[in-house]
Each structure stands twice: as structure tokens, then as C-alpha cells.
Design a protein around this ligand. Structure first.
Ligand SMILES: C[S@@+](CC[C@H](N)C(=O)[O-])C[C@H]1O[C@@H](n2cnc3c(N)ncnc32)[C@H](O)[C@@H]1O
Length: 292
């Protein structure tokens, strides 16, 4: 991670936090429960939690949340807090038609279902049969009835009809998950980054083709590598206008240059969240309004 010393604020604190275990978070599933109900049930059971101050539905908890009956009956979903940011940036509304291009295991799909009040349509696509099994189990447990599932390479999704909003939560080198997987603490290798950034570019290109003019495309990764983030996004500045997601949480701006390469001031409309800013994993989010 040393190569990020000059871009990550409070680098010493970042390094300390990234070597510490990541807390669990849950997202209260308001299709099946409400926030006061779950807080009261957790308190009665003797579990402690802390409300995330930037979103009502996310709680940082001090127990293994996947083992509770409340999880199994779909009252909440175990979801990293930063994973909640891309759906909030995309901001789907009831009766939208949404494509979730890399959807499994469905944390963001099910969160978008809540934002859409379980109406409209989410086409949840993924290339992995195994991960689609988890997606199906999650959307069914959480009661999301507006989800259709597709198993395709995202680059080959048919262009028969277009979507109001498209989420590309892209496969990535996942450096932002280093608190959960210590193998990632030294950062990703160049070969992985190069290979994966080509796939990310193709997926984002397809996302623009599948989005209506005037619609919204959100691109996200859970890595710090600029080659997978701002450099991918910078190739699409003529496809859409970058807009800053309207979110009230601690973050850093996207990079307008990297390694002496000027990428453009517009890139500062992207957001980067580092683990020490939210006591979480890391995430990068870019939001485009598609031009004609
Ligand atoms: C970051 S994960 C998605 C997490 C998911 N959005 C969620 O919130 O639960 C990236 C996903 O991309 C999928 N993937 C990888 N290559 C793909 C491709 N060419 N087309 C579609 N999905 C792909 C992986 O199987 C993986 O499930």
C-alpha cells in the first residue's frame, strides 16, 4: 500500500486501521422490519450496536450477525457499511428499471429493492453460477419481489431494451477488503490490476450502451488502485457527465492526476472512502449522467 502514501490522507492512521479487524455491519431490511423494532429486539437480546450516523438503516454490531434468527428470517442483511454507498449514489426510485450488472451475492440488489419500495424491476446479473445461488437465497430471504436474475458475462447482455439506471459494482483487486483478508495488506500486483482494469473498462462500456439517454450509471470498486478507478472512469468522460453523489459522509475526492498523468478536474466528482474514515472497508464510486 506504500504507493498510496501521497494520496491517502492521514496515512499513518490508515495503516493502523487497515491492520485492525473490521467490525460487522447489518442493514435493517425495511421490507420486513423497521429500525426501532430491530434496535429494541437487539437490546432485549443483550447485543450492542452503534447507529451509522450517515444512514439510519446501517448498524455497526458487536456480535456475529449471520448467526442470529433475525438474519435468517430476513429482518436484516449482513452488509458492510461502505457497500451501502453505491446504491445510495445510484438512488433508484419506485417503478424504475434498473440493471445490476455484477450483482451477486445481492447485497446492493436487495438494498436497491428497498429504495425502490419493492416495485419496478431490477435485473440482477452475474457471471458466476455459484454466486447466483447466494443471490437467489438472499433476495428470497429478504422478500425482494422486484428482482429478475440473469447469468451472463456482463459484456454480453443483450441490448434489446434500455434501463433508467445501471450499477456496475465491478470485479476488482479488492484492496479495500484488506481488514478481512490479510493477504491483501501489501496491495494488489500489477499484472492483476492491468488484467482486471481491461475487464472493468469493457463492463462500463456495455453499461453505457444499456442505459437510456439521461439515465444514471454508477461504477464502483472496493479497491484503492487508481488504474481500476479514476483511470477507467476517465475513458468515459465523453459518454456522460460525472456528478458528485449527494451523500453526507466522510470521504476523499477522486484523483485528478496519478503518477504525473493528468486525468481531469472532473474526476474530483468521484468519491473515495478509506477504512479509517468510516471504520469500514474501502470503496470508490463514480456517478455519471448519460449524455446522448
Ligand atoms: C464486487 S462483486 C459484486 C458484489 C455485489 N454487487 C453485491 O453487492 O453483493 C463482483 C461480482 O462481479 C462478478 N463478475 C466478474 N466478472 C464478471 C463479468 N464479466 N460479468 C458479470 N459479472 C462478473 C463476480 O462473479 C462478482 O460476483
Amino acid at each position: 500500500m506504500e504507493r498510496y502514501r501521497n494520496i491517502i490522507p492521514e496515512f499513518k492512521r490508515f495503516k493502523k486501521v487497515i491492520h485492525s479487524p473490521q467490525p460487522y455491519d447489518i442493514r435493517i431490511n425495511t421490507i420486513k422490519a423497521n429500525v426501532p423494532e430491530i434496535k429494541s429486539l437487539l437490546t432485549q437480546t443483550g447485543f450492542s450496536f452503534e447507529q451509522r450516523d450517515w444512514n439510519n438503516e446501517f448498524l455497526k454490531v458487536d456480535f456475529e450477525p449471520g448467526k442470529s434468527i433475525l438474519h435468517w428470517i430476513g429482518k436484516y442483511h449482513v452488509q458492510e457499511s461502505v457497500s451501502g454507498i453505491p446504491p445510495l449514489a445510484l438512488n433508484p426510485i419506485p417503478y424504475d428499471r434498473v440493471l445490476d450488472m455484477c450483482a451477486a451475492p445481492g447485497s446492493k440488489t436487495s438494498q436497491m429493492s428497498v429504495l425502490m419500495e419493492n416495485t419496478g424491476e431490477i435485473l440482477a446479473n452475474d457471471i458466476s453460477k455459484n454466486r447466483i445461488r447466494s443471490l437467489l437465497s438472499n433476495v428470497s430471504r429478504l422478500g425482494c419481489v422486484n428482482v429478475q436474475v440473469l447469468e451472463r458475462d456482463g459484456r454480453n447482455i443483450p441490448e434489446k431494451s434500455k434501463f433508467d439506471r445501471v450499477l456496475v459494482d465491478a470485479p476488482c483487486s479488492a484492496e479495500g477488503n484488506a481488514r478481512k483478508n490479510n493477504d491483501l495488506l501489501n496491495g494488489a500486483d500489477t499484472e492483476t490490476i492491468t488484467r482486471i482494469s481491461e475487464l472493468q473498462t469493457s463492463l462500463l462500456k456495455k453499461a453505457f450502451r444499456l442505459c437510456k439517454t439521461g439515465g444514471t450509471v454508477v461504477y464502483s470498486t472496493c479497491t484503492f488502485a487508481p488504474e481500476e478507478n479514476e483511470i477507467v472512469v476517465s475513458k468515459f468522460l465523453n459518454h456522460g457527465k460525472l456528478e458528485k453523489p449527494d451523500l453526507n459522509l466522510p470521504h476523499s475526492l477522486g484523483l485528478s492526476e496519478w503518477n504525473d498523468k493528468k486525468l481531469g478536474k472532473e474526476l474530483e466528482n468521484c468519491i473515495r472512502v478509506y477504512p479509517h474514515q468510516l471504520d469500514s472497508g474501502g470503496i470508490f464510486v463514480a456517478k455519471f449522467k448519460k449524455m446522448s
